[in-house]
Design a protein. Sequence first.
Length: 415
Amino acid sequence: MKRYFLLGLAIVLVIVIGIISYGAYLNRAGENVIAERMAERRIPLQGAKAEIRNIKTRVVLDTVNLYSNEMTDTIALIDGRITSVNVKKNDFVQTGQILFDLTNEQYPLKIKQAEIDILRAESDILKADNDIVKAETYLARAKNDYLRYSRLREHQAVSAEKYDEVVAMYKEAQVNLDVAHLQRQQTVAQRDSLNAQKLQLLTESAHSQVAAPINGEVLIIYKQIGSYVTAGTPLALIGNFKQLYFSLPVDDELAKRLAAARNVSLNFNRAEFSKIYDTEYESGNAGAAQQFTAQIFDISPAISQPAAIRSIIFQVNNAAGLLEPQAYNNVEIQSLFAQDCLTVPLAAMIDPSNSAVFVVDDNGILQRRNISTGVDDGQFIEILAGLNLGDTVITSGVSDLEDGMKASVTLEEVQ
């Protein structure tokens, strides 16, 4: 009995050991299968080829400061009180148009006093002329006496005392004539000065009408009727916003690309076009959907001269009347002229500086590749170095990828 029990126990142990061994075998085989499957696992991704595409240069600016070359104050040229304002805010005025009338009661009085002083000077000139005639007569008489006594003196017919007295009288007559001429010159100079003062007063009096210095829109009226102003006081601000300007510092390569295009489009993203001068809007504008264009007004230094950095001044067409001289945020500039260059989608960039992508080889292995990029158009970016024509780059899920991963890549259909 005992023998059969031990035999049964041995059989059970053999069966248990066999089951355990088979289980270990199956587990090891499963792990190998899983490992092999994991090794062969490929991540489904999307990609695109590096190809020659026609793109338009795009630049996104945080801030654009627009300014006007035609904006100036109308200035009072004399002291006076404003008696009339001949324009209203937002009126369009022409150069020379009278905007304000000033009154200064002192000018008529000053002009009248200058006229009186001029008449007095004219009288003094007549008196000086009479004095000259008298001095010339006295000199002629003194000269005759001098000549006569000189002959007598040669013949010892007159005393030395009398001769010296005649000579002194002759010299005195000469001096008196010179003094009379000098006095007349001084009086004439005084009269001329008074005439100049009168002319100045008349000119200033004519400036009592203040004219517009340029063509443009009346943006601000600083002073109203009844205000007393001094010469040099701004009375109104006039501006012409049909053409606005802004400057952009760029590197040499971008400057050359923009210079080749000459014209660009502007997109004022989320702009509300609030007007700091409260000017009127032009009819036909499209509001926030308005398309603006600009052309290159100046490049400094010129493209023909060597330079690493250049400043470009753009002239903006503001015929819609939506823009004013102020700062606008998040403005996009895009060339209206397209150029052929090697590109990949912007979605392939894996860092903010656009300096790296993931490339997949013929075996589906991913490789991080450092690249050099140029301009972009919002969808594609120019490749300057690091990729070749036909290379496949990953355009989906790039932030979670690593070197050496395997991928199953589906090429995107890009326009």
